[in-house]
Design a protein around this ligand. Structure first.
Ligand code: BTN
Length: 335
């Protein structure tokens, strides 16, 4: 939620120069004393803010990896994504939290963020390791105007937005493992869990929640549980640099807002397909499709406008793979 704190931070950051106390008061409609109080609080939290009597305040530096509601909100440049933001130091899982807020009427774009989850959820009933201090865990509420069969495409939209946001911020070459895992150098850095709530008549979507977990600042494989060490990695491990979580989250939300709007106008992935396919790992390579009805191999040829994976079997037959219970692997491991 926007507060005097996040507004003052945003003003200082966006100006990059001195902002006078009076300007802050005028812009935010608050008293001098209120501004002064917030500046002092921020300084206490480790923000380096210079105060020069005749010129005003200047933000010199934010504390390293500060991850708080005001820090994230002060970095947002969106119309709806994250404009209502709820931040928890610790929660069970941001997905059920977001569902609860949505049930209570939270608007489109409401975002629940946690520094730690004690019951993080993965797909297919798996858990999602969610320790404090190193990762991004968030869930966004989406209120679509389209029919339920289009909902699975939103996960692919989110995968593209996250993959590109990470690339923009870190320069890492992010790949998308269909439909929605993001990998760097063959290891997973992002998981997405989308859930849908239907109207009581079961014919329309009430809301969707898209939950995203990004491994950001784990320093080494030892920080992952034993069973994930071969297949998981973090942005810091791959880039060699600490990544600013608040900045990355703000960028993901901005990208998602833009991509989702483009998708909502088209109601197919046609407008995003080229960008999605350019990141699709294993394109034109042999993949194994783990279908509960029977495994098969074939060459992955990209996606359809509605998000199915196109697989060409050795027999020459083309199969459209629907996300859901099916997973797709390369022939030699996870990717
Ligand atoms: C996967 O299995 O790949 C999906 C993982 C999704 C994890 C995110 S973290 C934020 C949100 N809250 C959860 O409990 N899960 C999702």
């Amino acid at each position: 939620m926007k507060t005097d704190r996040s507004d003052i931070l945003a003003c200082l950051r966006n100006s990059g120069d001195y902002v006078s106390g009076q300007q802050l008061c005028d812009r935010l409609g608050v008293s001098r004393t209120a501004v002064w109080k917030v500046i002092n609080q921020l300084k206490e939290e480790g923000y380096r803010i210079e105060s020069v009597p005749s010129r005003g305040y200047r933000l010199i530096e934010s504390p390293a990896d500060i991850y708080s509601e005001s820090e994230i909100v002060s970095r947002l440049h969106t119309k709806w994504a994250g404009q209502r933001l709820i931040f928890f130091e610790s929660t069970g899982s941001t997905n059920p939290d977001a569902k609860r807020f949505a049930e209570e009427g939270a608007p489109h774009g409401t975002t629940v963020v946690a520094d730690r989850q004690t019951a993080g959820r993965g797909r297919r009933g798996r858990s999602w390791e969610s320790p404090a201090g190193s990762s991004i865990y968030f869930t966004i509420v989406i209120r679509p105007s389209f029919s339920p069969e289009k909902a699975s495409m939103v996960t692919l939209v989110m995968a593209l937005s996250v993959a590109e946001a990470i690339h923009e911020l870190t320069g890492l070459d992010t790949g998308i493992k269909w439909p929605n895992d993001i990998v760097v150098n063959g290891k997973k850095v992002v998981g997405i869990l989308t859930e849908m709530s239907m109207t009581p008549e079961m014919n329309e979507i009430q809301f969707l929640v898209a939950g995203v977990g990004v491994n950001v600042n784990q320093g080494s494989a030892e920080e992952f549980p034993q069973e994930l060490r071969e297949t998981a990695t973090s942005l810091k491990m791959e880039s060699g640099r600490q990544v600013d979580r608040a900045g990355l989250l703000a960028r993901i939300l901005a990208r998602f807002e833009e991509d989702y709007e483009a998708f909502e106008r088209a109601l197919t992935l046609s407008v995003l397909k080229e960008r999605y396919e350019s990141r699709l790992v294993g394109r034109d390579a042999m993949v194994r499709v783990l279908d509960p009805a029977g495994e098969y191999t074939g060459i992955s040829r990209g996606i359809t406008d509605t998000g199915e994976l196109i697989v060409e079997k050795e027999t020459g037959e083309t199969v459209l793979v629907y996300a859901g219970e099916v997973s797709v692997r390369g022939l030699y491991g996870y990717v």
